[in-house]
Design a protein around this ligand. Structure first.
Ligand SMILES: [Mg+2]
Length: 171
């Protein structure tokens, strides 16, 4: 059996802005450190599998063909660094494939003979973590403009609220 790292796309591999859809390869900005991270994971023997919700397709914000073109561009870009993305699963709508539902993961596990207990999910949103939890898989949350805030403890959480309250009062 194989072990895999399932990666969310937006906010993990590329920069995200709330409410914006990436529909051109030029707008797909790979985040710092991604190349090094993927090289490390490959060296450790993990399959790299991207699992991405792209409901913008069914909403008409981006076409299926545009998403495919972006992913071809992405794969070619990583190949230049000697990194092979093993697979990319896209959910274009609100079906049972959409994270936190497990459709894409179930397909990937079957297609690649994956041992989920040896695998990880890395994402920037709770839907990624909920999927991992349901699968019984380890997960790691990365920070993005769309991710929930993580505080070291309640004191730090209260400071986050204090800052945000003051900022919203100043508007
Ligand atoms: Mg994301």
């Amino acid at each position: 059996m194989n072990k895999a790292v399932f990666l969310d796309r937006d906010g993990v591999i590329n920069r995200v802005e709330p409410g914006k859809y990436v529909n051109k390869a030029e707008d797909f900005k790979v985040l710092p450190g991604v190349i090094g991270a993927l090289k490390r994971l490959k060296k450790l023997g993990y399959l790299i599998i991207i699992v991405t919700n792209q409901a913008g397709i069914c909403l008409g914000k981006v076409t299926d063909q545009e998403v495919k073109a972006i992913h071809e561009h992405l794969k070619k870009g990583f190949e230049k660094f000697g990194i092979a993305i093993d697979a990319i699963y896209v959910c274009p709508d609100y079906s049972s494939d959409r994270k936190p539902k497990l459709g894409m993961f179930v397909k990937a596990i079957r297609d690649w003979n994956i041992d989920i207990k040896e695998s990880y999910v890395i994402g920037d949103s709770l839907s990624d973590l909920v999927a991992a939890d349901t699968l019984g898989c380890r997960s790691i949350l990365v920070k993005s403009p769309l991710s929930p805030t993580i505080a070291a403890n309640l004191l730090e959480a209260s400071k986050v609220i204090e800052n945000e309250t003051k900022n919203s009062n100043n508007r």
